[in-house]
Ligand binder design. Structure first.
Ligand code: C5J
Length: 220
């Protein structure tokens, strides 16, 4: 069954049997004080605006029965999967903080915030990089379910959301990005990143409001 969602640069034709919601890195380490985002000098409160819209779309996605995938950026406790090049520019990774070792799997800070906790059966993809396809089994999970369309949400718009969007495009997925269900520590980067998606006839895909996406999922 297909439905149209109001989107930029053109309506998105949603194929309910082939779409997945991918929620990127809504982890305490990015959204709460004392984590990775804060260690890099960011105001983490700027990301909280995305939570409500994602909660709305997540509820609609679950009700519609579509695949929901969660991702988490982070590293093995021994940091064996942390490239020195990344470590040099993010020296806080692995250091002890109020939510445990920063950006390390199994620590409290690495976990997804309670509002968006994964439900039983929803795949959680752990990724060592910014993109959700690099060094993960995400592509296999999506292909096994015959997914061809992705609704992308999460943080941050210009880093992990964009990297995943670009990886997905080159793998042939149609991508719709939630304009209010993504956020950045830098509002101007958020705006520009969304513009980049829809510019040039939708060079990377579509941008839509969460309310419109949730309404389409609800009617599906
Ligand atoms: C960053 C991310 N910003 N999830 N990660 O380092 O966007």
């Amino acid at each position: 069954m297909s439905r149209e969602i109001a989107a930029r640069p053109a309506p998105f034709v949603l194929d309910i049997g082939r779409v997945a919601l991918v929620i990127i890195d809504m982890q305490r380490d990015f959204l709460e004080p004392g984590g990775f985002g804060a260690a890099l000098g960011n105001d983490v409160t700027k990301l909280r605006a995305a939570i409500g819209p994602i909660v709305t779309v997540l509820a609609a996605a679950r009700a519609a029965g579509i695949l929901v995938v969660h991702t988490r950026e982070g590293h093995r406790p021994d940091l064996a999967d942390l490239h020195p090049a990344k470590h040099r520019r993010a020296a806080g990774i692995g250091r002890a903080g109020p939510m445990g070792r920063i950006l390390v799997r199994g620590e409290a800070g690495h976990g997804i915030i309670d509002d968006l906790a994964p439900a039983d059966g929803e795949p959680v993809v752990d990724k060592p990089g910014k993109g959700a396809f690099y060094a993960t089994d995400l592509e296999t999970i999506l292909h096994k379910r015959s997914i061809t369309q992705l609704i992308l949400a999460g943080v941050t718009t210009e880093v992990c959301v964009h990297t995943t969007l670009r990886e997905a495009n080159d793998r042939g997925f149609e991508c719709l990005v939630l304009e209010d269900g993504t956020a950045s520590y830098f509002p101007e980067f958020h705006r520009a990143a969304l513009e980049m998606v829809a510019a040039q006839g939708g060079i990377f895909g579509w941008v839509a409001a969460s309310a419109d996406v949730a309404a389409s999922l609800a009617g599906a």
